[in-house]
Design a binder for this molecule. Structure first.
Ligand SMILES: Cc1ncc(COP(=O)(O)O)c(C=O)c1O
Length: 393
């Protein structure tokens, strides 16, 4: 066998993703791409703001020697300072360059955090549904996911989190705005979570980290504000990227920000910087680090995603679907009218509508729609959504 047994097993577990991909390609060839409604991937369709390209062109032409060389593993000091200054515009705390580590996207950042903080078999509590790659990221560093329930509206179930805390708990991992639900955790909920973590941390005699994965922070609707975890809880670490808000997922740029007040900061940051290096990332891409310094306040036009959410919500509601209206990100997570969400997703496929079963996110009885596609794709798909629902009602 060319790969390890573990990777072989992971490949088998994720084969349904490949199957869906293949099914999509097949259907597009058979029915024409314009007649297949692909809502399966969270790959933003909007192009990055034109300012991004202008800055990249300008920076690429800059002949200063060393522009393409290695730099400190945490990233360019000027970029880290710019990120800290930006964070200080909406966090009460005062971050400085030393609190920031530039990373290879949020995925790279999460791996750096977990490699740095986890001892073998340490547990990380994750409310479900959740971004399924978290399982692999934890496994990479011998961590163990402890998946806990949320309430039916996907708000945090603090009792479930509290019950899940054990001697082995190292962190709680949250994602707000959430993939796949679009939920944003309000300030009061974070404050309650913080109280609970302070209590258990004191009881166990060690801090429990709150790791907040926030790549969708800027993608929020109706004036929703994503509250600061730094303001809620001292032992907090934010991981984020520019993949979604600037539509740059292929460029692999993001960062880790540690709460400026976090315990044992020097060792923690030093450990994470080392992990950025020894995981083989070495440092985040140099050109992108230099560019995002000038793009921290920017984003794609979020009103486009809000319009798509509204078209979808209106159409699905009229067709009889039940769902929580997303407050952010670009996903909908409706309930399926049958228990078997894979069966329902297969029925949608017959209408050339490609979605993902909720059980892939630890949320059975639901399915995920990614609406980072053109309005007309959504509009054209709605009659198919209705026909499938009518069959089940
Ligand atoms: C919740 C969540 N976290 C992290 C990531 C990884 O993002 P990046 O491309 O920045 O690694 C994604 C990507 O889809 C995501 O949805």
């Amino acid at each position: 066998m060319p790969v390890s047994e573990k990777i072989r097993a992971s490949m088998e577990r994720s084969s349904w993703i490949r199957k869906m991909f293949e099914e999509g390609i097949e259907r597009k060839a058979k029915f024409g791409a314009e007649n297949v409604f692909d809502f399966s991937l969270g790959n933003p369709d909007l192009e990055p703001p034109s300012k991004t390209v202008d800055i990249l062109v300008e920076l690429a032409k800059d002949p200063t020697p060393g522009n393409h060389a290695y730099m400190p593993n945490a990233g360019f000091p000027e970029t880290r300072q710019a990120v800290a200054d930006y964070l200080n515009t909406f966090n009460g705390s005062r971050a400085s360059a030393g609190d920031i580590i530039m990373t290879v996207g949020a995925g790279g950042g999460l791996n750096v955090v977990f490699k740095a903080i986890l001892n073998p078999q340490d547990e990380v509590i994750i409310p479900k549904p959740y971004f399924v790659e978290y399982n692999s990221y934890l496994d990479n560093h011998q961590g163990v996911p402890k998946i806990v329930a949320t309430h039916p509206d996907f708000s945090l179930n603090l009792e479930a989190i509290s019950e899940a805390v054990s001697e082995k708990t190292r962190a709680v991992l949250i994602n707000s705005p959430n993939n796949p639900t679009g939920k944003v955790y309000p300030k009061e909920e974070l404050a309650e979570l913080a109280k609970l973590l302070v209590h258990h941390g004191a009881r166990l005699g060690k801090p429990i980290y709150l790791v907040s994965d926030e790549p969708y922070r800027k993608i929020v609707y109706d004036g929703t504000v994503v509250p600061s975890v730094f303001d809620a809880y001292r032992e907090s670490i934010v991981v984020t990227s520019f993949s979604k808000d600037l539509s740059l997922p292929g460029e692999r740029i993001g960062y880790i920000a540690a709460n400026p007040e976090i315990s044992d900061k020097v060792v923690l940051i030093g450990g994470m910087v080392l992990c950025n290096r020894i995981l083989g990332f070495v440092n985040a891409p140099a050109l992108m680090q230099r560019a995002i310094r000038y793009l921290l306040e920017d984003s794609v036009d979020i009103s486009i995603y809000q319009r798509r959410r509204d078209i979808f919500c209106e159409g699905l509601e009229a067709a009889g679907y039940e769902f929580e209206k997303p407050e952010g990100a670009f996903y909908l997570f409706p309930r399926t009218p049958v228990e078997d969400d894979a069966e329902f997703v297969a029925a949608l496929q017959e209408e050339n509508i490609l979605t993902v079963p909720g059980k892939g996110f630890g949320g059975p009885g639901h399915f995920r729609i990614a609406y980072c596609v053109e309005d007309k794709v959504i509009e054209k798909s709605l009659p198919g959504f209705k026909r499938v629902m009518d069959k089940y009602r």
